[in-house]
Structures are given as C-alpha cells and as structure tokens.
Design a binder for this molecule. Structure first.
Ligand SMILES: Nc1nc(=O)c2c([nH]1)NC[C@@H]1CN(c3ccc(C(=O)N[C@@H](CCC(=O)O)C(=O)O)cc3)CN21
Ligand SMILES: CC(C)C(=O)C(=O)O
Ligand SMILES: [Mg+2]
Length: 291
C-alpha cells in the first residue's frame, strides 16, 4: 500500500465511513445516486451478473457494488441458446432471488425481449413488476435512440434505468453477435445512441462489444457512467457474465472474458470424488451418521 500524504487523503464526512463503491465501509444498500457520485469522483467500479440468491450472496460479501440479473440467464442459467426466449416471469423470479440474497449491492433487473418493445406503457408495466414483485433498485433495457421514449417514461415514473447500446443480444436475429461502432458512420450512430439515453434520463449505460477508442470517447462525452463489456479499459465500470469469468459456462465464452477461476473443474472433481466414495463405500463414515 502506498501512503497517502495528508494533502491527498480524501475528506470524509464524519461517521459516513468511506463512500467508495468497492471497498467502501457503508453497509446500507447502494443507490443510483451513489453511482452518479462515483463518476464525479472518477472512480471505477465492477459489476457482475447474478441469477440466484446463493451466488449473489457470495458476490455481495465480496463487495461487488452492482449486480445485474441479466437476461444472459437464458443461456447461462436456464439452458436456452440465446436471451431471446427469456420471459418476464422468469426475470421476476430470478431477480427476487438475487435481491433476497444481497443486502448491499444495487440490483439491476434486465427487461427481457418482448417486455418493452411495444412501447413506453408496456415498458412501464414490465419494469413495475420487477420493482414491486422482485424489489430491484433499477432496470436495464436495450437500445439507444430506438428506446428513448421507454427510458423517459420509466424515469418520469421513478424507476432508474440503465441503458445498453452497441451489441444488443436481444437483436441477435437481425444484427448477429458482431462488433458495433466500427467505421465513421457506425461510430456516429453509437455517439447519438449514447446521448439519446443520457438525455432520456438513464443513470448509466452499458457499452457492449465496441472498439476501445470509441468507448473511451463516449465515456469522456457523457456525464453518466459507462459500463463496458468487450469495450476496453476506458469505461467507468466493467461488467462480466459471472459464469464466464469463473469458468462455469458450458458453451462458448466470448473472447473479451478473462477467466479468474475454473469452477467447472473444481465442481466436477468434487462431484466425482463423492461418486467414487459412494460406489467404493467410503462415504458416509461414522461421523456422518446418526445412531
Ligand atoms: N455466456 C455469455 N456471455 C456473455 O457475455 C453474453 C451472453 N452469454 N449472452 C448475452 C450476451 C451475448 N454476448 C455476446 C455473445 C457473443 C459474442 C461473440 O461471439 N463475440 C465474438 C466477437 C465477434 C466479432 O469479433 O465481431 C467473439 O469471438 O468473442 C459476444 C458477446 C454477451 N452476452
Ligand atoms: C452482458 C450484460 C450487459 C447483459 O445484458 C446480460 O448479462 O444479460
Ligand atoms: Mg442482457
């Protein structure tokens, strides 16, 4: 640890503890206002997906300040091929579990495909379910200019919105899984999308699979935080799908992922050891039995 000189020591409000999103001392649940303040302090922060209470409690205890109940639950938790089939009922159930498993993180619920595309009123009805039935603190939806009316009505109604531009996986059938914002025209469109969601009142915006230089430019242009995934190091925050970074995803993992553990191997080895103990008669031992 480097020693901070007195002049560099950040000033704290007495009794408030450290306010940093990661490593901060406050135990109350993080709010969107804390996220806004972090951008003003120039602080970077980590976000992870979560789909169940147990896993979310591990991330909460580790200090992850923001969790996304992503519709990536479709392919990473529910066994679908893509996020497209995921329903609002499924997202409500998973989001409620993640809220129950956490006490400190801000929980963002992803609005699934088909739950907001009809227009602002449908978006409000869907977001209201995630807020009332699951208890999320914010919702996320995909689309820049094309979703600005939805964002406006949700924000007017008191529901904080995280936007999501660049690669928007719910549109896989029309756009594929391709890098977005390459070339002058596409870059200008991404900048317009970023400004549109900020103007509509979004508190943050995910930039997915866009060139690092463009993501850094968007980050410098906006006053709301950018959350990158496959968007380089110049964004305010980063998000990864938790099963990807911990080595549990069954299928292909995008190349922007850094794997921090191989839980698939850890779990597989443990399960095989258990199976062999049962077959060989070495589990249970007397200490695992009642008499
Ligand atoms: N397991 C998983 N991880 C994710 O990050 C993720 C999901 N699922 N599902 C929802 C979306 C879809 N995402 C994806 C899906 C595929 C690529 C992909 O195939 N990317 C190519 C690069 C494509 C290019 O260079 O144009 C790759 O090889 O990584 C990227 C993001 C991100 N999200
Ligand atoms: C990849 C993130 C941003 C997402 O939308 C999800 O996990 O569903
Ligand atoms: Mg999603």
């Amino acid at each position: 640890m480097t020693q901070l000189s007195a002049a560099q020591t950040p000033q704290r409000t007495p009794g408030d503890g450290s306010r940093a999103l990661y490593g901060g001392k406050s135990n109350r649940r993080i709010t969107v206002r804390d996220i806004t303040a972090a951008k003003e302090r120039g602080e970077k922060w980590p976000m992870l997906t979560a789909y169940d209470a147990t896993t979310a409690s591990v991330f909460d205890e580790a200090g992850i300040p923001v969790m996304l109940v992503g519709d990536s639950a479709g392919n990473c938790h529910l066994g679908y091929e893509t996020t497209v089939p995921v329903t609002l009922d499924e997202m409500t159930m998973l989001s409620a579990a993640v809220v129950r498993g956490t006490s400190r993180a801000l929980i963002v619920g992803d609005l699934p495909f088909g739950s907001y595309q009809e227009g602002p009123v449908q978006a409000l009805r869907s977001a209201t379910r995630l807020v009332k039935e699951a208890g999320v603190g914010a919702v996320k939806l995909e689309g820049g200019e094309r979703s600005h009316r939805q964002i406006e009505l949700l924000v007017e109604s008191g529901i904080p919105v995280m936007a999501h531009i660049g690669l928007t996986p719910q549109s896989v059938n029309s756009m594929g899984y391709r890098v977005q914002g390459r070339g002058e025209e596409a870059a200008q469109q991404l900048l317009r999308d970023a400004k549109a969601v900020q103007d509509a009142g979004a508190f943050a915006v995910v930039l997915e699979l866009v060139p690092a230089e463009l993501a850094a430019e968007v980050t410098g242009t906006l006053h709301i935080p950018t959350v990158g995934i496959g968007a380089g190091s110049g964004t305010d925050a980063q998000v990864l799908v938790w099963t990807d970074m911990l080595g549990l995803t069954g299928g292909r993992v995008p190349k922007f992922v850094k794997q921090y553990a191989d839980l698939r191997k850890v779990m597989s080895d443990a399960v095989k050891a258990y199976a062999e103990d049962v077959v060989g008669g070495t589990f249970p031992q007397d200490e695992h039995a009642v008499h």
